[in-house]
Design a protein around this ligand. Structure first.
Ligand SMILES: *Cc1c(COP(=O)(O)O)cnc(C)c1O
Length: 369
């Protein structure tokens, strides 16, 4: 299929680019001994799992559906975590998950008896974090994410074999991470001593260009030796970063003190985190130049804006626009706001061929509302 025959809008996942991240996953495991589990809440597009599962050890999930998908389509180790499980999900979860991680002492104490033989863990809130946004800060005031109280942790420790600390978000600062690990090692040494495994969560930007991988691996190895634990990483964004684009087309150009190109996609519906975190999309094409344009979505939300750019050419109706870095927290969050056609999902395979793996229609909309 030739590229220009695919109807916009569509997400385009490039397996060649994905492979670059995957090679880092493999290297980190080889050098540090830490295992990497894909965080499905960031990216669940299972058509590329056959490639990813060759480099990563399994998946971690936020719900029964994700745990099941990880078990069915990714394989390897399936970790289940949820902020809270409804009681009826527990027996079904036990079918799919190798390890079940509870967010609270109360859930662990209520449900552990029915999970004989399962590996259990708890999430700990270490009271430190790295995040640019209060909204995504697990150590924010009154956070419900994980056990914060040391006395409570000591009480339930005999019931678990592992601990999960998720305290980073897009952390590309290795010195900060190293300091946090030292802090965790000191404060939770008593618990780590009893644990077989520890997950240090997601949000560590170790696939980013120029990340100090050698030092990172050394630190992980040192932590794991010192405390006698198997380390797990739960990369979401860093597994898939830079591996997809949202490809769309200009359907109108209007002017209100500046030129505004309206495309056949929507930030509010298809790249929702831009709106939530008030960010601009990175534009992959057209390239940079002198022509200033706002690029906006076609929903009726006034602030449905991808960004304002200086481009190499003036945008006209019919022109293609590509937004970069469109894999994480996009396909899993897309919605039917305004009834706007949902972007298809297209995969560029390693051999260069393009495969449309998902198309959405009026009946998908009708069944979802
Ligand atoms: C969100 C989340 C992740 C993945 O985070 P990224 O920032 O996408 O790497 C991993 N583990 C847990 C517990 C999470 O909540």
């Amino acid at each position: 299929m030739k590229n220009d025959k695919i109807k916009t809008p569509y997400y385009l996942i490039d397996e060649g680019r994905l492979l670059k991240n995957m090679e880092v996953m493999r290297l980190v495991r080889e050098r540090s001994g830490a295992k990497s589990l894909l965080a499905l809440k960031c990216f669940s597009t299972w058509s590329v799992f056959p490639l990813m599962s060759r480099y990563m050890d399994g998946t971690t999930s936020s719900s029964l559906h994700e745990a099941r998908l990880g078990h069915e389509e990714f394989g390897g180790e399936t970790h289940a975590y949820s902020v809270a499980y409804p009681e009826d999900e527990i027996p079904r979860l036990a079918k799919f998950a190798d390890k079940i991680i509870f967010n609270s002492a109360s859930q662990l104490e209520r449900f552990h008896a029915g999970l004989d033989g399962k590996k259990l863990g708890v999430r700990v809130n270490p009271g430190i974090s790295y995040s640019h946004f209060d909204l995504a800060d697990p150590a924010r005031k009154y956070s419900r994410l994980g056990i914060a109280d040391l006395k409570t942790l000591r009480r339930i420790l005999p019931l678990v074999g592992g601990l999960m600390f998720h305290f980073n978000c897009e952390n590309d600062d290795f010195a900060n991470l190293a300091k946090s690990l030292d802090h965790i090692g000191e404060k939770y040494g008593f618990a780590l001593k009893k644990a077989e495994w520890v997950s240090i969560g997601g949000g560590i930007y170790f696939t980013k260009k120029d990340y100090p991988l050698e030092a990172f691996c050394r630190k992980l190895k040192e932590f794991s030796m010192k405390h006698g634990v198997q380390i797990y990483l739960e990369p979401g964004e860093s597994s898939i970063t830079n591996s997809a684009e949202l490809v769309c087309r200009v359907i109108d150009v209007v002017r209100n003190k500046m030129d505004i190109a309206i495309v056949d996609a929507s930030a509010e519906a298809h790249m929702l985190d831009l709106i939530i975190y008030r960010l601009s999309a990175k534009i992959a094409s057209p390239g940079p130049g002198p022509h200033k344009f706002m690029v906006a979505g076609r929903s009726c939300l006034a602030g449905d804006i991808f960004g304002t750019y200086r481009l190499s050419r003036r945008l006209r109706v019919g022109d293609e626009v590509r937004f970069a870095d469109a894999a994480g927290y996009t396909m899993v969050k897309k919605n039917w706001f305004n009834g706007i056609p949902m972007p298809s999902i297209v995969v560029k395979r390693l051999d260069g061929s393009l495969e449309t793996i998902r198309e959405f229609s009026y009946s998908d909309f009708k069944n979802a509302v």
